[in-house]
Design a protein around this ligand. Structure first.
Ligand code: SAH
Length: 225
C-alpha cells in the first residue's frame, strides 16, 4: 500500500527504471522529468496504488491519463532541449503537460472537455507550474495565436495528421501523434521540411480518439466502443 510521499517516490523511481530506461529511453532530461513529476497527483486517490503502474488510468469523462512510457516516448521523440514553445494537445489530467514543462520554455495545452481543462489548470497551478497555459478548444485546429511551435505532442489518436498542426510548426519542427483506428494505432514523429512532414513510425499504441474538425467526428466515440 502506497501511503506517503517516500513510497510514491520509490514507486516512481522504479517505474522509470523498469518501464522507461529498460525500454531504451536514454535522454537524460526526459529521465529526470519522468522522475520529477509525481504522477499520483494527477489521478483520483482511489487509483493511488496504481499511479506508477505500466498502463493508462481513468480520469473521468471517459478519458485516461496516458501510460508513463508513452509520455516518455513522446517527449523523447520531440527532442526538446529547453528553449522550445510546445503545443500539447489533449491536456486530460495535465500530466503530459507537466512533463513537457520541465523540458521546454513554455507549454500551451488544449483540452476539448471543459471540466478536465479546469481541473488540470487548477492542479498545475497548485503544483507550482508557471510555464503552462491550458485552454478549452479543438486541438485539431492547433492554436494559431501562439504559433509557430518548435514541437507539438498529441495525446489522442487521429485518422491522419490535421493540416493546421503541420502549418503551425517552425521549419525543422517536430510533431508526435498516434495515427490509426479506434483500437490500433501507430505513434509517428514528423519533422517539417518545407511545407511537408517527413514521417517516421515510432511504435504501435492505443490512445483515446482525437475528436474535432480535423479529427474524428463527435459520434465516433459512442459508435466505436
Ligand atoms: N495528456 C493527457 C492524456 C489525455 S487523454 C494526460 O497526460 O493526462 C486525451 C485527451 O484528449 C482527453 O482528455 C480528450 O478529452 C482530449 N481530446 C480529444 N480530442 C481533442 C481535441 N480535438 N482537442 C483537444 N483535446 C482533445
Amino acid at each position: 500500500m502506497l501511503v506517503d510521499e517516500r513510497s510514491f517516490e520509490r514507486a516512481r523511481l522504479r517505474m522509470v527504471e523498469e518501464q522507461i530506461r529498460a525500454r531504451g529511453i536514454r535522454d537524460d532530461r526526459v529521465i529526470a522529468a519522468m522522475r520529477g513529476v509525481p504522477r499520483h497527483r494527477f489521478v483520483d486517490p482511489v487509483f493511488f496504488d496504481q499511479a506508477y503502474e505500466d498502463h493508462p488510468l481513468p480520469i473521468g469523462e471517459s478519458q485516461t491519463i496516458s501510460q508513463p512510457y508513452m509520455v516518455a516516448l513522446m517527449a523523447a521523440s520531440l527532442s526538446l532541449v529547453g528553449h522550445e514553445t510546445v503545443l500539447d494537445i489533449g491536456t486530460g489530467s495535465g500530466y503530459q503537460a507537466a512533463v513537457f514543462a520541465r523540458l521546454c520554455r513554455w507549454v500551451y495545452s488544449i483540452e476539448r472537455c471543459e471540466s478536465l481543462a479546469r481541473k488540470a489548470q487548477h492542479r498545475l497551478s497548485a503544483m507550482g507550474y508557471k510555464n503552462i497555459t491550458v485552454v478549452v478548444g479543438d486541438g485539431t485546429l492547433g492554436w494559431e495565436a501562439h504559433a509557430p511551435y518548435e514541437a507539438i505532442g498529441v495525446a489522442a489518436a487521429a485518422p491522419n495528421i490535421p493540416a493546421p498542426l503541420a502549418e503551425q510548426l517552425v521549419p525543422g519542427g517536430r510533431l508526435c501523434i498516434p495515427l490509426g483506428s479506434r483500437h490500433s494505432q501507430v505513434l509517428v514523429v514528423g519533422v517539417k521540411h518545407g511545407a511537408a512532414l517527413e514521417i517516421q513510425d515510432v511504435c504501435g499504441c492505443e490512445f483515446v480518439p482525437l475528436i474535432g474538425a480535423r479529427g474524428w467526428g463527435a459520434r465516433y466515440e459512442e459508435l466505436s466502443d
